[in-house]
Design a protein. Structure first.
Length: 495
């Protein structure tokens, strides 16, 4: 009887015996495991937050060009006392009230231009020598612009920041691909390890059965006097060794199970009572290798090289900015405005509508640093950094080519070992069969049969390991080429 975990815990608390819950077998393919990893692997999920955060940073950098709206109201009061001359009466005081409401829009354009559009109404009222002077309305609308002609023309600090942040976004996306490639490689290799571990368990079970069968047969021979007790003890020792090897193989299979569950899930506890059963078998399908094709893949697909290329592009943008800062500041300024004035607000606004009181201005302002030492040093430093990054990129390209070359050699060697170990397994099986026949005919010894059994077990273990190594070598070659996503037909949506 199987109980759920809460019921099992209750039964234990009440003192009732509970049978151990058998793990639930769940057939899984490599494709299914890879899809599970894409959705639930914690390393992949963590890496996907960086592009989202960086996208917000890019958006924030672009907010520099969003216009700003301002509005304000002001009220002022002023009083001045008249000063009488000799023999004059007190001229009285002057009082004035000033109320102003203004609004405006200001900002920057992506060509470095700054602009400021303002509009407002000023109302002046008061008394002169104690006599009410009435109201005077003076509305005005003005536009002023400043456009750099040399320094900050084709690039300035806001545009530098925005372009660099966009490259940073692309780098975080490359980091996600790098993490997915690493995780997919780990999943493929662990899935392969699980198949190999299950094969190893089968081999060790077979070895134990052979050892136990030989022990039974030797016991019969001892009983009839055709074999010594020492040979029976040798067979018993082999049984014990086979049991120990089987326990080790089972432990390795359990570890491979746990490793695969960790890679494909964000909730390991939910899979503790599940036993993955790979639907694939351990095989070694020969593949052709082309060094030039693999190098081409690596140079175009590897995320680490893409990241290095983006570093170079970022440095070129920095050089462009540093070079622009060498130029003098030459700004073109201009402005245009309309005004009105009348004792009534409507009439004063009509002045603006009729453009009766226009004003405009235009000019050029030149600013030249006397030494410009800071800008010149920064430009030289940016050129040196560019040369450094070029060499570093060349270094990474070379390291990638060596890594791919070694991966090809490992895959070729692993395939050759598969063929050699398969031949060894076949011959060891034949030799064991022949040795068993000789023992049955009294022409061999139990010790020789034990040696042949060990040889066969080792040959089968070597054959399993060789196939596993070959499949892992193919996965690592795809990783070195940056071809993992294409090899396993994985579609990645990075936002």
């Amino acid at each position: 009887m199987r109980l759920t975990r809460p019921l099992a815990a209750l039964a234990v608390a009440l003192g009732f015996p509970v049978l151990a819950q058998q793990p639930e077998a769940r057939p899984v393919s490599l494709e299914e495991c890879l899809q599970m990893a894409l959705q639930k692997n914690l390393d992949v999920r963590i890496s996907q937050y960086s592009p989202q955060v960086q996208a917000l940073t890019v958006s924030s950098a672009g907010a520099y060009y969003e216009p700003s709206f301002t509005a304000g109201a002001l009220q002022g009061y002023r009083k001045s006392e008249g000063t009488p001359g000799p023999g004059q009466v007190d001229p009285g005081s002057n009082e004035s009230w000033n109320e102003r409401f203004d609004t405006g829009v200001s900002g920057y354009a992506p060509i470095g231009m700054s602009y400021n559009l303002t509009g407002g109404v000023n109302r002046l009222s008061g008394t002169q020598k104690g006599v009410d002077a009435g109201f005077i309305y003076t509305p005005a609308v003005n536009l002023s612009v400043t456009q750099p002609l040399l320094k900050n023309l084709w690039i300035d600090l806001p545009r530098l920041t925005m372009q660099l942040e966009r490259k940073n976004l692309m780098q975080t996306q490359a980091d996600v691909r790098l993490q997915v490639i690493q995780t997919a490689t780990d999943v493929a290799n662990t899935y392969n390890d699980l198949i190999a571990a299950k094969e190893s368990v089968r081999v060790q079970q077979k070895a134990l059965e052979l050892a136990e069968r030989l022990q039974v047969e030797n016991k019969k021979r001892v009983e009839v006097g055709t074999m010594t007790q020492l040979e029976l003890d040798d067979a018993g020792a082999q049984v014990a060794r086979s049991k120990a090897d089987l326990i080790t193989a089972q432990q390795q299979a359990a570890i491979a199970q746990n490793t695969l569950k960790k890679l494909v899930s964000d909730d390991f506890a939910s899979l503790v009572d599940v036993r993955f059963e790979p639907t694939a078998t351990l095989s070694a399908v020969p593949e052709g290798f082309n060094r030039l094709d693999s190098w081409h893949k690596g140079m175009t697909l590897r995320p680490d090289l893409e990241r290095a290329r983006l570093d170079l592009e970022k440095q070129k943008i920095q050089m462009r900015f540093s070079r622009n800062q060498l130029f003098p500041q030459l700004d073109l300024t201009g402005g245009y405005g309309l005004g009105g004035q009348d004792k009534t607000l409507t009439t004063s606004l009509d002045d603006i509508g009729a453009q009766r009181n226009p004003n405009f201005s235009g000019g050029i302002r030149l600013t030249i640093p006397l030494s410009n030492k800071k800008a010149r040093n920064e430009y030289q430093a940016s050129k040196l950094n560019n040369q450094k990054l070029l060499l570093q990129y060349k270094q990474k390209e070379q390291a990638a080519m060596v890594e791919i070359e070694n991966a090809i050699l490992n895959a070729q060697s692993a395939l050759e070992r598969v063929q050699a170990n398969e031949a060894s397994r076949h011959y060891s099986d034949s030799v064991l069969w022949a040795e068993q026949k000789k023992l049955e005919n009294g022409k061999s010894t139990s010790y020789q049969v034990l040696l042949r059994q060990r040889d066969l077990t080792q040959a089968e273990a070597n054959a399993i390991q060789a196939k596993s190594d070959y499949n892992k070598a193919l996965a690592r070659l795809a990783q070195a080429e940056g071809f993992t996503l294409e090899r396993f037909k994985l579609k990645l949506d990075i936002r």
